[in-house]
Design a protein around this ligand. Structure first.
Ligand code: PMP
Length: 394
């Protein structure tokens, strides 16, 4: 049995009393040898599951070749991965960092810098969404949309105007002379799996254009194939000016980044931003291997197909267990079940039964399995959900 004394760590998580020690594909094992089906996926991080052979090979091969180099030197990996992302998206340039929070933090910095360097600042205020989640840095907690992020951390970074998610008129009403940007997740993730309708995203794009604002999409959770598109906004047929990515691009390796248009990239100059580990070789090797798979023919359509299969099973759950589940929602392999019972209790019962899911807000469990999940694993997860829900209804 592992040492259960967690007092050496900050006490900021509702950790389950389970110590996991090994993973493979969509499976993870605890220190007692118990096996779980991992639909938590590191919370939407494990795009390719645990210990994918191609990622293990890419990382170990890079580790033997060039471990790290300063950004005062050029390295081929960063250029190659940036080029692949630029070729596959709206973006003209990429900056890499190590966490989603850092990526969104940079997006917020870019708003100020963009307008200040053009001489039409100060336009530094950012419209953000209730129930939004953008990370844990000082700026991103202020950008987020729930009080638990900011409790006790005043004084907060100023400049965020919050509106209800999905309400276009509220965004328009919030635009003032100092507004520089609109920032949102195309699908609220930690906010409970709520997808922005495509017409809402198109409306935001139009508002941004009309008022000269930057549209920033936080695709840290929705990106890298999770919704069946490389990035979720593609479904709406629009492009942002700035996009924050994270989670799936490193697939478990600490890596994130910001994709921007040329106009935004050009507001930076040597010395105006940086990061010791930005675009470092190990992460770039992993990202390159992730893109090999995610951009391969048929991969994204397979995510959509599996997402549809999971959605159908979750709808069955709501029909069969109306006292336990209120609603199934989401896109691709980013799914949520709104619960009529405490989602933490539900997640605990599912874990005992061998299925890991991630609670979100006060009433949702998230199912965000690796994108390589099989149909059989989806059926297995559904069977566990069915069994546990039946036991909770009675
Ligand atoms: N933005 C979104 C949409 C996220 O889901 C998260 C992580 N849950 C973050 C930002 C923060 O990313 P990280 O935890 O890697 O800093």
């Amino acid at each position: 049995m592992a040492d259960a004394d967690d007092s050496v760590l900050f006490n900021v998580y509702r950790r389950a009393d389970v110590e996991v020690v090994r993973g493979e594909g969509v499976r993870i094992w605890d220190d007692g040898g118990k096996r779980y089906l991992d639909f938590m996926g590191g919370v939407a991080v494990l795009a390719l599951g645990h210990c994918h052979p191609a990622l293990v090979e890419a990382l170990s091969s890079q580790a033997r070749t060039l471990w790290h180099a300063s950004n005062l030197l050029r390295t081929p990996g960063a250029r190659k991965v940036a080029r692949r992302l630029v070729d596959a998206t709206f973006a003209d340039a990429v900056f890499f960092n190590s966490s989603g929070s850092e990526a969104v933090d940079l997006a917020i910095k870019l708003v100020r810098r963009y307008f200040n360097t053009r001489g039409d600042g100060p336009r530094w205020r950012v419209i953000t969404m209730e129930r939004g989640y953008h990370g844990r840095t000082l700026a991103t907690i202020a950008a987020g949309g729930s009080a638990k992020l900011t409790d006790g951390f005043a004084p907060l970074v100023d400049g965020f105007d919050r509106v209800p998610f999905g309400d276009l008129a509220a965004v328009e009403a919030a635009i003032g002379p100092e507004t520089g940007a609109i920032l949102l997740e195309p699908i609220l993730g930690d906010g409970g799996i709520v997808a922005a309708p495509p017409e809402y995203l198109r409306g935001l794009r139009q508002l941004a254009d009309r008022h000269g604002l930057l549209l920033i999409l936080d695709e840290v959770q929705t990106g890298l194939g999770r919704t069946g598109r490389l990035f979720a906004h593609e479904d709406a047929g629009i492009a942002p000016d700035i996009l924050a990515m994270g989670k799936g691009i490193g697939a478990g390796y600490p890596l994130a980044g910001v994709l921007v248009t040329r106009a935004v990239a050009d507001c930076l100059a040597p010395g105006s931003h940086g990061g010791t580990l930005a675009g470092a070789p190990l992460g770039m090797a992993v990202a390159d291997a992730v893109l090999d798979i995610v951009l391969d023919d048929g991969f994204l359509s397979s995510v959509s197909a599996k997402g549809d299969a999971l959605a159908a099973r979750l709808k069955d759950m709501v029909r069969q267990h109306p006292a336990v589940f209120a609603e199934a929602r989401g896109v691709g392999l980013m799914r949520g079940l709104k619960c009529r019972v405490d989602p933490w209790l539900m997640a605990g019962r599912l874990r005992d039964a061998g299925l890991l899911v991630a609670p979100a807000m006060d009433d949702v469990i998230r199912l965000v399995p690796p994108l390589v999940v099989s149909d059989a694993e989806i059926e297995e997860a559904a069977a566990i959900l069915d069994r546990v829900a039946a036991s909770m209804a009675s």
